[in-house]
Ligand binder design. Structure first.
Ligand code: MLT
Length: 321
């Protein structure tokens, strides 16, 4: 009996190994946990196009929205770990959410196989174009005087737009009305329509609208001015260095995905990040692509852990569960 079991296990292992070697043999789903047209979706579609080309199978983006991105990431965590379901996670879903959701259905570290960092995306504070302030100092004074009537739009509790504006509000010392959307693309539509007053969004989303003059950029939440918007001052120049964020966007697979499959995905992402067209698409929109020394599973694991360690005390102190 024991010999039979050993033989069966060996055969099954062989089949799994063979399957992993021939991976992929059918379409792959990349879960993007926010609405189409936002920074996560744009980043996810660049990765999906590159993976389709490099892996020889269609990679289909599925926007699974809700609960600040945690609905889609929960689905990815529970998916069959066979390489046919992947997820685009970020600073919100894989770090901030842990402090903000007492019953988060997944562990950002132990429930995933990290594939690699794609890019970091400096955050912009943008306002509707007819809001009186024209820079961060004026925004701070205006927000203090009009706290009760200001509406901040975001992509759900724990999203990076929510976390970014929590940092901003806490630095100013205000609590404003928070209006959740399924992603920052619909949040920006509401901003353009003048239905909400301000949004904190990674640069990929608001840049075209700022350039078109349909919304105003008040500050970039990084230490240096951004080359895509050199006239927009930094948060430190505006007197709020605590408002600092350049959220990461990265690819994850469910825990237990076979190593040969992970190896193919890691190699494909590495090649994708050197592709000229992919780089241009992301860089033109303001993203900072992961350079060689920051790519791959080990660097992403370290990044997720360090972001959890950085954000948890800040968000717990703000008591925003
Ligand atoms: C989006 O793609 O809609 C944003 O990245 C979501 C967010 O604010 O986290």
């Amino acid at each position: 009996m024991r010999k039979l079991i050993v033989a069966a296990v060996a055969i099954l292992a062989g089949v799994a190994g063979a399957n992993a070697q021939s991976y992929p043999t059918r379409a792959i789903t990349l879960i993007v946990p926010f609405a189409a047209g936002g920074p996560a979706d744009i980043t996810g579609r660049v990765v999906a196009d590159q993976f389709s080309r490099l892996l020889g199978q269609q990679v289909v983006v599925e926007n699974v929205v809700g609960a600040g991105g945690t609905t889609g990431i929960t689905r990815a965590a529970r998916a069959n770990p066979d390489g046919y379901t992947l997820a685009l996670g970020h600073m919100g879903t894989h770090a901030a959410a842990l402090a903000l959701y007492p019953n988060l259905a997944y562990n950002p570290v132990s429930d995933f196989e990290p594939i690699g960092l794609v890019a970091e995306q400096p955050m912009l504070l943008v306002t509707r174009k007819d809001l009186p302030p024209n820079n961060l100092k004026e925004f701070v004074a205006y927000a203090k005087a009009n706290e009760a009537k200001l509406n901040m739009a975001h992509a759900g509790v724990g999203s990076v737009s929510h976390t970014g504006c929590l940092l901003l509000n806490d630095a100013i010392g205000i609590k404003t009305t928070m209006v959740p959307f399924t992603g920052t693309a619909p949040a920006l539509n509401a901003l353009i329509a003048g239905q909400v007053d301000y949004v904190c969004d990674p640069i990929l989303g608001p840049l075209p609208h700022v350039r078109a003059g349909t919304i105003k950029a008040q500050a970039v939440a990084t230490a240096k001015r951004h080359p895509a918007l050199p006239d927009v001052p930094t948060s430190a120049e505006g007197g709020l260095p605590q408002f600092a964020a350049a959220p990461f966007y990265a690819v994850f697979a469910p825990k237990g995905t076979p190593q040969p499959v992970l190896d193919r995905l890691v190699a494909a992402l590495n090649t994708a990040l050197d592709d000229e067209a992919a780089r241009k698409r992301l860089v033109d929109l303001g993203a900072e692509i992961a350079e060689k020394d920051r790519r791959g599973p080990a660097a992403l694991t370290a990044l997720v852990k360090s972001e959890i360690a950085r954000l948890t005390p800040i968000l717990e102190a703000a008591n925003r569960k």
